[in-house]
Every structure is written in C-alpha cells, then in structure tokens.
Design a protein around this ligand. Structure first.
Ligand code: BJW
Length: 259
C-alpha cells in the first residue's frame, strides 16, 4: 500500500479493510494477466523483460503476420510452448484455485493463454485470449487440444481437410469470441468486487472490464508491482507481486474466518 510518506510497505493493518469487505462480499470476479505467471518464469509482454521488447507484435501476433509467414509465427509459438510446458503454477495461481472453492460467487477471467490456472486446479475459467495448447483449423474452425513439444510439423496442418492449423489465441485486430466476451461483461457488471492481478490494463476489451465493475459500484483491487492506467480507479492498490500479496490476503482471510 502507498503510505503517507509515498513508500510502499505492507503489514496486516493494510489488509484489514479489504478482509472486512471480503467477509461480506459474495460475487467476486478476478481478472488476471501475464504478471500472475511471471513468478512461474513465463515472460510478460510489456516492460523491460517483456516479449514485445524483443519481438514485434505486428510480425508475430496478428492475422496478417500469420498469412504472410505461418512458419515464422508457428516457430515463435512453438518456442513459447517450450517455455511454458515445464512450468508450474505459483502461489498466486494456487490461491485463486482455492478461492474458487471458498467463495460461492467466484469467477476467474484471464487474458493468459498458458493454462497455468487450470494446472493449479481452477475449474471455471473464462479465457479471453484463448489457449496456447489448442490448435484451430483456419478452414473448418475445429479446435483440438495439442500438448506436443516440439510440434511434429511446423506449420501444422489439419488432419481432416489439410488446411493450416493456427494457435487458438486472439491476435491484435481480431475480435474476441462473442459468447466468452459477453460472459465476461456480464460477470464484471454484476460482481461486487473485482481483483485485477498482473495486467498492464492497456489491451482492450479486457482493460474495460474493471471499469465496468467500478461503474456498477464494485470495489476494484489491483495487485501489481507497477502502477497502471487502472490504478487511479482502484479502491485498493497493492503494489507487489501476486505470489506474495495473494498469500498475505489469504492468510488474513483464514484468520478472520477462524479457518
Ligand atoms: C506482475 C508481476 C507479478 C509483473 N505479480 N503483477 C486503440 C485504442 C483502443 C484499442 C485499440 C486501439 N488500437 C487497437 C486496439 C485494439 C487492441 C488493443 O487493445 N491494443 C492496445 C495495445 C492499444 N485490441 C485488440 O486488437 C483486441 N481485439 C479487439 O479489440 O477487437 C476489436 C478491434 C480490433 C481492432 C481495432 C479496434 C477494435 C484483441 C487483443 C488480443 C491481445 N492478444 C495478446 C496476444 C495473445 C496471444 C499470445 O499470447 O501470443 O494477448 S497481446 C498480449 O497482451 C496478450 C495479453 O493477454 C495481453 C494483455 O497483456 P497483459 O496480460 O496485461 O500483460 P503485460 O505484459 O502487458 O502486463 C503484465 C503486468 O504484470 C505488468 O503491469 C507488470 O507490472 C505486472 N507484473 N510481474 C503481479 N509477479
């Protein structure tokens, strides 16, 4: 929390108002971004160590990049699948998986495609930007699970029609799946409290979800080591790593509920 002196420090007192709020809150929405997986060793997109520092999004994460050079795009995704495959969920993912069982009106919306929330045990996940472990036929639209690393062929082709397969992810300039987005809108505009964890809050339409929640009177809790465009709208801003802040909140929750 930002102290009066402008320094960030965290003690149990900082969590008390949030813990009190949580004790009388039923509908909790969570929005996660790449930052929650950073402590598992997966690079984020923006910032000094981010993927977009080394790679150009326009050459790798757009439909036109894929039309131009599907092999290049697939080589990049194959490399990222290799980074993600051996990685384990961290404390942040695990606590969210636990909260799904603890809070009756809990929902998890993620921008991440890495599958780490599932690996941590979360069951009900709204994946806004798809999943790197799924492939989609560009002609038939069929989606298949595929965990091969390395991929058997680059680029891969559809066994049914012979057309190209693409990663089942949402690239810049592409619309998000209508049903998924509308579920996310519905949950955001009906929650009482939203945690926004590890996202730079710049990519639309995901970045609008917390604002939608705030508009209907929900409290917004941001967990991020750095400020974001959302920070001025957050009711609580915990400036730290998800894998450190979430366990602190969870510990205080347990204490106040006597668990
Ligand atoms: C920690 C931490 C720790 C570190 N603990 N935290 C102008 C205005 C408005 C919109 C647009 C515009 N021009 C174009 C658009 C649309 C565009 C967009 O929003 N662009 C903005 C960049 C301006 N959006 C789209 O194109 C979307 N589609 C769409 O809008 O359709 C309609 C439309 C089309 C065209 C024009 C207008 C409308 C689709 C977006 C798809 C995003 N796809 C990607 C790639 C997915 C596949 C893949 O992975 O390969 O999704 S891009 C990338 O960004 C990825 C992420 O999900 C997404 C968000 O990133 P995220 O998760 O926030 O990560 P970072 O790296 O940005 O931030 C990490 C944060 O974690 C940081 O804040 C750290 O501080 C923090 N952190 N360690 C907690 N331990």
């Amino acid at each position: 929390m930002l102290s009066a002196s402008g320094e960030y420090s965290m003690d149990e007192e900082d969590f008390r108002p949030l813990i009190e709020l949580l004790s009388r809150t039923e509908r909790i929405a969570i929005l996660t971004g790449a930052g929650i997986s950073a402590e598992s060793g997966i690079p984020t997109f923006r910032g000094e160590e981010g993927l977009w520092k080394k790679y150009r999004a326009e050459e790798l994460a757009t439909p036109s990049a894929f039309s131009r050079d599907p092999k290049l795009v697939w080589e990049w995704y194959n490399w990222r699948r290799g980074l993600i495959a051996p990685v384990e969920p961290n404390q942040g993912h695990k606590i969210l998986a636990k909260w799904e069982k603890v809070f009756p009106g809990f929902c998890l919306i993620t921008q991440n495609i890495d599958g780490l929330h599932q690996k941590a045990g979360s069951k009900n996940i709204i994946e806004l930007h798809g999943n790197i472990w799924k492939l989609r036929c560009v002609k038939e639209g069929t989606i298949t699970d595929n965990r091969d690393f390395p991929l058997k062929e680059i680029p891969p082709y559809c066994p049914s029609c012979g057309e190209l397969l693409r990663p089942h992810v949402v690239w810049f300039g592409e619309s998000l799946n209508y049903e998924i987005l509308h579920r996310a809108y519905g949950l955001s505009s009906s929650c009482e409290l939203m945690f926004v964890i590890g996202t730079s809050a710049v990519v639309q339409p995901a970045a609008s979800l917390p604002l939608m929640a705030a508009e209907v009177g929900a409290k917004v809790v941001e967990i991020n080591p750095d400020p974001t465009p959302l920070t001025p709208y957050a009711d609580f801003s915990f400036r730290g790593k998800a894998g450190e802040i979430l366990p602190l909140i969870d510990k205080n929750l347990n204490r106040s509920s006597g668990a």
